[in-house]
Design a protein around this ligand. Sequence first.
Ligand code: FE
Ligand code: FE
Length: 319
Amino acid sequence: MTTYVTKFPAEADRYRAPSLLEGALRTELTPEGCDLGYWFRAVPEGTLGGDAMGRSADVPVPAHMLEEGPLRQALMQELAFRSMAEEKAARAISFLVAYAPDLAAMDFYTSQLMDEARHAYAFRSHLLELGTPADQLEETMESLAGADRDAVLTPLEEFGLSVLEKDRDYIGGVITLTVLVEGVLAPTAELSERKWRPFDPPAAEIERAAGIDEIRHLSVGSTIVRRHLRRYPEELDRVRELVARGMDVWSRLPVQELTFRRERLYQAGLERHGDIAGDYELWPGRRLVDTTAEERMLAAAEWACTTQESRLADMGLTP
Ligand code: FE
Ligand code: FE
């Protein structure tokens, strides 16, 4: 029997990494372990296969994604929105780099900053692959997702920057990022990768690569928070209060409306192109073509609850 071995750590290997949800719950990584040496060994080749977008060169964009229609519209809105979100994350992380208390953390957030800038680049580059003229990319993104950015991303960013930039609160910033932003979004990202897989394989590959990065961000972020709370148990109340305030900000954002609008577009596309999805299963035992917009949203919400609960427990943040 031959054992398949690559030189890349399994959790960062595009062929062996767990799914984002699995990885978020079970991978234990530290900032010292994920140092710059690790990043350079693992990410450019292991995760990305040498491609800045993290997609294989020989997987073309299918013709049905180039036709005007609800499927294409749903994907383009999502890519524009997510590219904007990643851009905001990258900019906010610059404060974590600035205020990191030690070199391991500074190096780690430098690598995460690069990851998030790359995600923004990869999502918007796929808009180009979908036929957006390069000189109209910015205005196209603005019309696809500018209003959603203002309604959802800007208030979140304001919250994050009040912690990071105004209060210069490093650990508060780590918590905002890992609990309130990445932790909340991971299940949606997982669902998205799965639902685009049959319709737009390059988009799914791009999401998969970003998801592998996300496993590292979530895992190292949890480690940093857990260590901090063990070392400074007197911080627990303050941190809990911050999480509660952040959750409250989330609860006021029109995220459900936005997601539902995109899911309905996707549903219209799914009905039109159901033959392409065939028997593809969105999760074991459930064919994508049999799902509804409501069902998919509910599944992501349930994943979000389970992931969030177990991550908070893992950080020592359960009530
Ligand atoms: Fe990201
Ligand atoms: Fe991330």
